[in-house]
Design a binder for this molecule. Structure first.
Ligand code: ADP
Ligand code: MG
Length: 216
């Protein structure tokens, strides 16, 4: 008998969507790991955060509403120390806040959640990244999802095969735990629509990099 998490309810109360940094905090409340991250509102802050994360970093716009950041030329990867200043000034023309993240490697996975009028809360799992609409290897499961079913979703979507190809040793258990957490979160908070795209899965675990959440 799991209770909704008090601090999560507090965080989302009265909101229609979450900002990127709020969504990151929500992930952490549900035990879903995130890359090291920080929000900068000045060049000095950007440099301090990037230094503390370690290079290279990823820098991206931090809009008030969810948008396709890449389409707005709002995501810059492989940023080295001597580039932080220029990238910050470029991105801060688009949004005042700029998010800085640890740059991760691994397999990019998509985890979605929707509330369907007939089936209730549904979890979607497939290939992630900016080609999610192209690849279409998505498998569906009804909340609540438990370990066996999460494993089936990974077989069906071929994510299991991708994770284990060439003995990469990516942490599939972390991905399974993340799917279970998402399945719980969307019910707990009655989320209308969400996606984690991408979730990076590597040898160290599974990390939510970009999260979009919509409430009623
Ligand atoms: P959007 O989906 O809004 O365009 P994302 O934050 O998902 O923005 O970034 C787009 C792509 O940039 C990701 O699919 C991923 O390939 C890459 N990327 C973003 N953040 C990171 C990160 N922290 N580490 C490595 N790659 C990243
Ligand atoms: Mg994305």
């Amino acid at each position: 008998t799991v209770q909704p998490i008090e601090s999560a309810i507090e965080l989302v109360k009265g909101k229609k969507t979450l900002r990127d940094y709020e969504a990151m905090k929500l992930m952490e409340i549900y035990g879903i790991r995130t890359p090291k991250w920080g929000i900068a509102e000045s060049v000095e802050e950007a440099q301090r955060i990037a230094d503390s994360i370690g290079y290279p970093v990823v820098m991206k716009i931090s809009p008030d509403e969810p948008v396709h950041k890449t389409e707005m030329k709002g995501v810059v990867v492989n940023v080295e120390k001597d580039q932080v200043k220029d990238v910050y000034s470029q991105l801060s023309k688009i949004t005042k806040r700029v998010m800085i993240q640890e740059q991760l490697n691994g397999l990019e996975v998509y985890i979605g959640g929707i509330r369907d009028p007939v089936f209730g809360h549904v979890v979607l799992v497939g290939s992630g990244g900016i080609y999610v609409e192209v690849l279409k290897n998505v498998a569906y499961g009804l909340s609540p999802i438990y370990e066996d079913e999460a494993q089936e979703l990974l077989m069906e979507s071929k994510i299991h095969a991708m994770l284990t190809a060439r003995k990469r040793g990516y942490d599939e258990n972390s991905l399974i735990r993340t799917i279970i957490s998402v399945s719980r979160m969307i019910v707990d908070l009655n989320i209308r629509e969400m996606d984690i795209n991408p979730l990076f899965v590597n040898e160290r675990g599974a990390f939510a990099v970009d999260v979009r959440i919509v409430f009623d």
